[in-house]
Write a protein that binds this ligand. Structure first.
Ligand SMILES: [Ca+2]
Length: 334
């Protein structure tokens, strides 16, 4: 290969390997979803990934409007937004979604009724992408992931949910469960699971065996406290900042909110940069009480190798937290 051809080949491969991400969020109760969505935008701004759309997995009438306001703030006013219409999805109040009604954050999607249905949007986005190119980041209850798995052939694709995932999805980066001692127990029942146990069981039982799943357990985010000093000092480049105001409405000025959801964004966009360690491959099962149990292959009848959970040394913890802070405070590109 001639030098120029080789360079072009290298450039093309580097571009081809950038993950195209879909952000699936339960943006309502906790505020780490807001910071994680910001990371999706700033990482897309710098070309580290493509951002295809946002789907919302819980029920609150202001969720789509808020996401559109945040997307508009970050220069993507037309990014597609889907919401769950599953009556079994948890309804959840919010301390910060009311910012969607503030005149400081203009946007045009004003109600969930005007947003797309989440699974229909997921199927369309996946069908349009090259094979094996999409990384899904799921950081809430698993209503949309479960309903995607249950979906049938439609106008977007002749494939059912599992076959479409097998064709288009490179990996699922999911914040759910607990895989180590955390929150003072060896048996922590994590919110994204227990607020929709049947949905998470569907994901654990039916996600295709050959599409890797990276689980960020409660213990990872718990060890990543977002510094209150950053909220106080780093968002002053504009008088009204939707991230700072959401954070303060949720956590106040004197709390370092754990970065649960942000960890799954970092893993999805930079899977090979050593931010996290990984367990051996194995299989996660979800019990009827919502406990997530990891079983290495060979000890499980199914011998699954689909799942790995994230680990983090103290050195990695320092790197990860600073990477999350610096990508969260990065101003919009526009
Ligand atoms: Ca969340």
């Amino acid at each position: 290969m001639k030098p120029l051809t080789f360079l072009l080949f290298l450039a093309a491969s580097a571009f081809a390997e950038k993950p195209r991400i879909i952000f699936d969020t339960d943006i309502t109760g906790d505020v780490d979803d807001v910071l994680a969505l910001t990371m999706c935008h700033t990482l897309a701004d710098r070309g580290a990934c493509g951002l295809l759309g946002v789907t919302i997995s819980k029920d609150n009438p202001l969720s789509a409007s808020f996401v559109d306001a945040q997307n508009t703030f970050y220069g993507r006013p037309d990014l597609p937004i889907g919401v769950t219409r599953d009556p079994k999805a948890q309804k959840r109040p919010s301390s910060y979604l009311k910012l969607a009604d503030s005149p400081e954050y203009p946007h045009d999607l004003k109600s969930n009724d005007a947003a797309r249905e989440a699974v229909d949007l997921l199927r369309e986005l996946l069908a349009k992408q090259p094979d094996n190119s999409v990384s899904i980041i799921s950081v809430g209850i698993a209503s949309n992931m479960a309903n995607l798995l249950k979906s049938k052939a439609d106008k977007h694709s002749p494939l059912d949910g599992p076959a479409l995932i097998r064709q288009k999805v490179k990996a699922l980066s999911i914040m759910a469960g607990a895989f180590a001692f955390c929150n003072r127990t060896n048996y922590h029942l994590e919110a994204n699971v227990i607020n929709g146990i049947a949905f998470m069981q569907t994901v654990a039982n039916e996600w295709p065996e050959d599409v890797p799943v990276y689980w960020s357990g409660y213990e990872i985010g718990e060890a990543l406290p977002f510094p209150r000093d950053s909220i106080a000092e780093d968002f002053g480049y504009t008088p009204h900042h939707i991230v700072r105001e959401a954070y303060l409405l949720h956590s106040g000025p004197a709390h370092d909110r754990p970065c649960w959801d942000e960890s799954s964004v970092l893993q999805a966009v930079f899977p090979n940069r050593g931010f996290f360690g990984l367990s051996s491959p194995g299989r996660v099962t979800v019990g009827t009480d919502g406990f997530t149990k990891f079983t290495p292959p060979g000890k499980d009848a199914r011998g699954g190798k689909r799942d790995r959970f994230l680990t983090m040394s103290s050195v990695q913890q320092a790197r990860v937290l600073e990477a999350i802070v610096q990508t969260t405070v990065q101003p919009p590109k526009k």
